[in-house]
Design a binder for this molecule. Sequence first.
Ligand SMILES: *Cc1c(COP(=O)(O)O)cnc(C)c1O
Length: 589
Amino acid sequence: MARDPICGMPLDEKNAKFKVQVRGRTYYFCREYCIHTFLEEKRIAYFSMEIGLTDDIHTYSAGLGILAGDTIRSSADLKIPLVAVSLISKKGYLKQEITREGKQIEHPTEWMPSKFMNELPTQITVQIEDREVRIKAWLYDHQSLTGGLVSILFLDTDVEGNTPEDRKITSFLYGGDERYRLKQEIVLGMGGVKMLEASGFKVRKYHMNEGHSSLLTLELLRKNDMTPDKVRDLCIFTTHTPVEAGHDKFPYDLVQETMGEIVPLETLKALGGRDRLNMTLLALNLSKYVNGVAKRHKDFSMKLFPGYYISAITNGVHSFTWTCDDFRKLYDKYLLGWANEPELLVRVDSIPDEEIWQAHMEAKEKLMDFVSTKTNVNLDRDVLTLGFARRATAYKRPVLLFSDLGRLEEINSKGRIQAIFAGKAHPKDWSGKQLIEEIYGYIAKLRNVIKIVYLEDYDIQMAAKLTSGVDVWLNTPLPPFEASGTSGMKAAHNGVINFSVLDGWWIEGCIEDVTGWAIGPSPKEPIGENERRHRELEDLYNKLEYLIISKFYKKRDNWIRMMENSIGKVAYYFNSHRMMRRYVTEAYL
Ligand SMILES: *Cc1c(COP(=O)(O)O)cnc(C)c1O
């Protein structure tokens, strides 16, 4: 059974009266009007360097890509006219192996686009180092159960006629050097605009998900008589990086060597920064609407870039995707329609406590089974279980829990704990890799006292298992580096309680001892950094010992109340349906 991608009407393919073939696909419609809308309606073109749809499609590395995936899923559910653009990243990001000593080994993850998507006949070119580099595209359609459809174009330079080097521009996600990255960004930004047009997509707005795609503004300048105001009218920019060092910047001699003079150098410097081409600044200068991904991130971004008005649309996660089977069934039973209307989760109190606990225990057991097949460690289903999984990198401070092993053992003697860790380090993030090794060391030291495992090769499926199967989701970023964070929102959808540093989204999500617990003081408290570090550790250990353990083991009713608050006060708001509705009303319209 097909569905009309415009109105959502279910249709029988065999007897369908209205169908069109376009871009190598057949689409079915209920009437002419829907065909016309499908072909002619102007869409939001959403550009992202990475997109995380499924684990088989290796075009993502971490949070940014997952957010892009959730953006697409919610847009399709809500029938928002959107088309996405990314790179094919044919050699993927990395498959992680970890040795017994905790050393990360990276394996390539080449994948076959033709198994999942079809190649468009259309090709375009962009100029790189005086060569016309050919670009083709792969089309992937994500169709929601509601019928709504979002097409995604994955750009690919592995085309006959290109030099062997150019054929590799779209091979490695976040691989290579500065020059390689700039070439990728030329393909994504400038190539993306051209490919959309060549393949028949009409565009009303261009949304840059992070600065990687901001060269699209230059292509738009060219198309619009070099008039910045016309380009601004077309562009929306979401920044994701709260610190100066995180923004992509390219030296102008490299820019000139690589791109030539797409726009006059003086114009480029006026828009993208005097000393180096700053992709964030370029996007800021050429976008009508700019937003950060949490309220605090917006405040920080405005300090980083004085003189620009930046709004805040706090991130969310796709409710259906990140809710495990056991909770889906429960929500279906008591909150019918929740998946496309996550606001209904506010009515969580209509679900009996015992059923919440039952669903949680089932998810927990599935996770324990998964862990034992992966590691041969048998975790205990009745023991308080902490989860920590995300990119392994310094600012996430994955070793904070191990700051005082003696204290941790003492806490464990009051009420047993166990923990599951996971996360990949970028191949060039030496300190991130070091952190994994350190954790392996702590795991070994605590082996006979506290069961802790580190799971290899963190990915979407594992994230879903972890964020639904632990009791407490731990997050200890160093403020203000966590622009938003999203894994805690996934946890909340499954009644898992957050215990996190007050940074990013959690500043908005945390009501102390109601929706979860804070680690460390509010960012508003005027105290020094050393004092802040001290208070974080104090909270981490004290709250674990005196609040969390005792509530888990001795006040189960109270615990379940907090699980319900996670669902009814956190998940009901921190979902990507709410996020996309806000992009529509505040940025796209
Ligand atoms: C959700 C998710 C992330 C982001 O996690 P944060 O804790 O918000 O950084 C990263 N990787 C994967 C695979 C995810 O599913």
